[in-house]
Ligand binder design. Sequence first.
Ligand SMILES: [Zn+2]
Length: 333
Amino acid sequence: MVSYKELGLVNTREMFAKAIKGGYAIPAFNFNNMEQLQAIIKAAAEEKSPVILQVSKGARNYANATLLRYMAQGAVAYAKELGWENPQIVLHLDHRDSFELCKSCIDSGFSSVMIDGSHLPYEENVALTKKVVDYAHQYDVTVEGELGVLAGVEDEVSSDHHTYTDPEEVIDFATRTGCDSLAISIGTSHGAYKFTPEQCTRDPKTGLLVPPPLAFEVLDAVMEKLPGFPIVLHGSSSVPQEYVKTINELGGKLPDAIGIPEEELRKAAKSAVCKINIDSDSRLAMTAAIRKVFTDKPGEFDPRKYLGPARDEMERLYKHKIENVLGSNGKAE
Ligand SMILES: [Zn+2]
């Protein structure tokens, strides 16, 4: 058993309470390699923003669970080296549907886990979430549950349609499970293809797709039922069109990739939404930067020469999100 406290990590409880009060949201950035981790930590340290390092089951398998624990521990030390005296860093398991995997993560140094029983019948979701909460809380690890189904594909999580969260269920769910935060479905979606062109309209000036608006009325109804309860939005990448354009112009193929407008996320961040998950945007930043090096310098074969610029681009992206979308800069001095 390795406690996250030994690794210098924190759970989400205090940072979520502050975020709701302060009207901002904490970034949850997915990572699975060193360059991504460096970029996240550098951005968070320079912005003095609390940050959630988010790991999916696929990322854990990719990076190796043991190595990952030391990477998280190293991230805390690196943050301090960068001059962040009191780093507020969470190691969080994204989307898992089994008690065993949540337990394994809690036992190996995660400070927060998500148990996703949203695909199960309601009573089974309650029972599974409660089982994880009962175990996690013994070690002061925080737990995120989910109600409602998100569309899109993310690692092994996929659904071809979404079902909005039913606000009538949230009080019962939060009370009976004891979960610390709740992921809800209001129209965000996993991956870089959040909407089909048929679901969108087209801006006559730019020719770009305009996605349908998020269901803020569902969020409002949830907040009314559970005042001050931490809400989480998954699938909240904005799929910056400059990256998509660069990728497509330089030999890539991402036709009609589309995300959630940052304006909508800014609005959500000011509410009880206190954790916003961003994964696809950093994948796009990385891919665009690497394609650019490969196009400009076809003779380059030193990985540092293309992963380095990719890392710089991700850092710029993370800082932009922290400062201009989530508003979490300066919240963890
Ligand atoms: Zn998700």
